[in-house]
Write a protein that binds this ligand. Structure first.
Ligand SMILES: [Zn+2]
Length: 317
């Protein structure tokens, strides 16, 4: 778990691009610091402004209190003493990250790393594919000229960025492969490794099994993308997926539990049986999300004993 937390912290620090106060880190991230070694370093933040230590709501200017101490003047709280350790901050050694990313990708080109400005770097060429690391995917999407600057004949461009909260599938067209920093890389053995096998250069989109194909459902119905319930796609059990697949085949038409369960080839009496949260799973996020997904997708006419899934209305497949 420590390596996982360590990588999550690296990604958080990289996407933020500024030091964070040690006091704002979760216990997991604090524990991960020892694993990361010198990749994350103590640093000083701009000490002329601090987040008000009392309300944590306002950035306030810092003054000497005339007795050797410091205080800030918060618009809500008034004068608040600022302890020296309020400013203990940590920063990612981004040069460490870029060098380790080069190693992870097998970039051996002799040319160094190019800083293209505003949080975008050209790490080098991995098997004739230029690789860009960017702090923010939006910046690359909004400035296509960045890609033109690094494009080479006969080689796809790889763009690595932290995953935006609301992104699914691939944001780029042919010729550009996008890799989510959090998912395609991890921290291992003091360095960075690429997770799984890299997609062949010919493959132009990131294969994402959760990509919605049937309404909110993935191609195999094992995932649903429901942003109101979960920021990440919800994964279903095999039984749950069979229920949704059967319900999808009724194209939004209301039908009985018996017909649905027969088509799903399951022994339970009702579709909802598969989505009950077991006592041992109370408080676990996955069963809760599965249960909420069922509630959001399935309409039950209690008295008539009929079930329907409106999102499948008009479905062709
Ligand atoms: Zn305050």
């Amino acid at each position: 778990m420590a390596a996982h937390d360590a990588w999550a912290l690296v990604c958080r620090l990289f996407s933020g691009g500024t030091p964070v106060l040690r006091g704002t880190l979760s216990p997991h991230h604090v524990a991960a610091l020892s694993v990361l070694g010198k990749a994350v370093k103590p640093t000083t933040m701009d000490q002329s402004f601090v987040l008000c230590p009392h309300c944590q709501q306002h950035r306030a200017q810092v003054w000497g209190d005339g007795r050797g101490g410091r205080m800030c003047r918060c618009p809500d709280c008034g004068p608040v003493a600022v302890e020296a350790n309020d400013g203990t901050a940590l920063a990612l050694d981004e040069d460490w990250l870029r060098q380790k990313m080069r190693l992870a990708l097998g970039i051996e080109s002799r040319d160094g790393i190019d800083d293209l400005g505003d949080g975008v770097w050209r790490l080098g060429d991995a098997r004739r594919s230029p690789v860009l690391l960017a702090r923010d995917l939006t910046r690359v999407l909004q400035e296509p000229a960045l890609l033109d600057r690094v494009r080479v004949a006969g080689g796809d461009i790889r763009v690595i960025t932290p995953r935006p909260r609301t992104m699914r599938g691939s944001p780029f067209g042919p010729g550009v492969e996008w890799l989510a920093l959090e998912e395609r890389f991890t921290f291992y053995g003091g360095g960075v490794v690429l997770v799984g096998t890299p997609s062949p250069a010919a493959q132009q989109t990131v294969a994402d099994p959760a990509t919605p194909v049937y309404g909110p459902f993935s191609a195999d119905i094992k995932w649903a993308t429901l942003p109101d319930i979960s920021g990440t796609p919800i994964r279903f059990t095999d039984g749950q997926a069979k229920v949704f697949e059967a319900m999808w085949s009724f194209k939004g038409e209301a039908t009985t539990a018996e017909r649905i369960m027969r088509r799903a080839d399951l022994d339970s009496a009702k579709p909802s049986d598969l989505f009950k949260i077991k006592a041992k799973d109370k408080g676990k996020p996955e069963p809760a999300a599965q249960h909420a997904a069922y509630g959001a997708l399935v309409v039950t006419q209690q008295r008539a004993g009929l079930y329907s899934m409106p999102c499948a209305t008009g479905a062709l497949a």
